[in-house]
Ligand binder design. Structure first.
Ligand code: HEC
Ligand code: HEC
Length: 151
């Protein structure tokens, strides 16, 4: 009797192991990832481009010192060492006229703590820190909650 129960248990365990394995491996036995089940030697079909909203209210911030998310489309906005399209609206000089929020004074501070008369090089490439949002389904479950002070 004990042997029979043991054998049944072993079968059950093997069954659930197999079920779990097929969920995490692709056709060639590799691990399934956000690429889906396409193996590395095959080129995966690219995901369709996401639609960013054209314009909208600012997003709530989630933690102190968070670079605010960009609430508008930025396609074709050029930022390189000659032009910075973002500053055409967000610089102190242009913001009021463009009805855009100004960059904050922190954007003029160097890493040594001095304040410059123009945007500090470490804050020049805006997209290093600020990103636009698409209305996309999260790829993995996320239980992150904003800090209490911002609730
Ligand atoms: C044509 C003007 C214009 C340009 C160019 C522009 N923005 Fe904006 N931006 C706005 C306006 C106006 C808002 C206020 C919200 C709205 O109306 O969409 C805004 C909002 C933002 C915010 C949200 C601020 C907050 O406090 O929540 C960020 C961050 C931002 N923009 C970053 C950028 C970056 C980075 C670029 C360049 C890639 C850029 N913007 C280019 C006009 C502009
Ligand atoms: C190194 C990261 C970093 C870079 C690069 C950067 N920002 Fe920011 N930005 C922040 C952070 C963090 C905040 C919020 C706290 C603060 O004001 O410093 C912010 C705030 C802002 C705000 C809201 C200001 C306010 O008073 O609420 C705007 C608008 C903005 N940034 C635009 C820009 C633009 C335009 C550029 C490019 C010229 C840029 N940022 C580059 C990190 C960055």
């Amino acid at each position: 009797m004990k042997k029979l129960i043991g054998a049944m248990l072993a079968c059950l365990m093997a069954g659930s192991l197999m079920a779990a394995t097929s969920e995490i491996t692709n056709s060639t036995g590799g691990i399934k990832s956000e690429r889906g089940s396409t193996d590395l030697v095959t080129e995966a079909a690219p995901a369709p481009l996401k639609n960013f909203r054209k314009d909208g209210d600012s997003y709530d911030r989630q933690y102190i010192h968070q670079p605010p998310l960009i609430p508008h489309d930025i396609r074709n906005y050029e930022v390189d060492n000659k032009v910075n399209k973002c500053l055409a609206c967000h610089s102190f000089k242009n913001a009021t006229r463009m009805k855009a929020p100004k960059i904050s004074p922190t954007h003029f501070e160097t890493r040594d703590g001095s304040t410059l008369g123009e945007v500090s090089p470490r804050r020049y490439f805006c997209l290093q820190c600020h990103v636009p949002q698409a209305d996309a389904k999260p790829l993995v479950e996320n239980t992150f909650k904003p800090v209490e002070a911002l609730n």
